[in-house]
Design a binder for this molecule. Structure first.
Ligand code: FES
Ligand code: FES
Length: 169
C-alpha cells in the first residue's frame, strides 16, 4: 500500500479491516463470529446472529428495548461493544421459552393483556426474568424498580407490573 493510500483511509475503514473473533453462548448455543470491534452487541446479535427480538429504540441506553441478560445481569445491548461480551452467556428473548413452552412471564403477559404494540415487550420480559431469577418474590415497588429502565409508550405499566407479579406467584 502506498503512503498516499494510507493517508486517505478513514478511521472507520481501518477498524472495519481489523476484525476480531468473538464467542458467545447465546440461548444455550455456542456461536462464533468475526466482527469489526466497534460494533455494538445489539448490532451483532441482530445483524450477524439473526436474532431480531431485541429492538433498537433510542440507541443511547434510555429505553431498554435492546435489553439482554449477559452473565446474569440485565444490560442495554446498544451501549455494550460486542467484544466486551466475548466469552459470556447471553439470553435474548428468543431463549426465554423452553422446549416450545412459554416462560410463565410470557404467559402472564398474554393473560393480563400486558402487550399492545409489542416493541418494548422483549426488554420487559427480560427485565422481569432478571428480577425473578434473583428475587422470586418481589414487592410491587421492586418490580417497578426492576423495569424502571424499560420504557413503554402504550400500556401505562400497570398490566405489566401485574403480569410480573403473577409470574412470581
Ligand atoms: S435501544 Fe438500547 S436502551 Fe434504547
Ligand atoms: S406495548 Fe407498545 S411500547 Fe410497550
Amino acid at each position: 500500500m502506498t503512503t498516499a493510500e494510507t493517508t486517505t483511509e478513514t478511521p472507520r475503514e481501518a477498524s472495519a479491516l481489523e476484525k476480531v473473533t468473538v464467542r458467545y453462548t447465546i440461548n444455550g448455543e455456542q456461536r462464533e463470529v468475526e466482527i469489526a470491534p466497534n460494533r455494538t452487541l445489539l448490532e451483532v446479535v441482530r445483524d450477524e446472529l439473526r436474532l431480531t427480538g431485541a429492538k433498537e429504540g433510542c440507541g443511547t441506553g434510555d429505553c431498554g428495548a435492546c435489553s439482554m441478560i449477559v452473565d446474569g445481569k440485565l444490560i442495554t445491548s446498544c451501549l455494550m461493544l460486542a467484544p466486551q461480551a466475548d466469552g459470556s452467556e447471553i439470553t435474548t428473548i428468543e431463549g426465554v421459552a423452553q422446549d416450545g413452552k412459554l416462560h410463565p412471564l410470557q404467559q402472564q403477559f398474554i393473560d393480563h393483556g400486558a402487550v399492545q404494540c409489542g416493541f418494548c415487550i422483549p426488554g420487559m420480559i427480560l427485565a422481569g426474568k432478571a428480577l425473578l431469577d434473583s428475587n422470586p418474590a418481589p414487592s410491587e415497588l421492586e418490580i417497578r424498580e426492576a423495569i424502571a429502565g424499560n420504557l413503554c409508550r402504550c400500556t401505562g405499566y400497570t398490566k405489566i407490573v401485574e403480569a410480573i407479579a403473577a409470574a412470581a406467584d
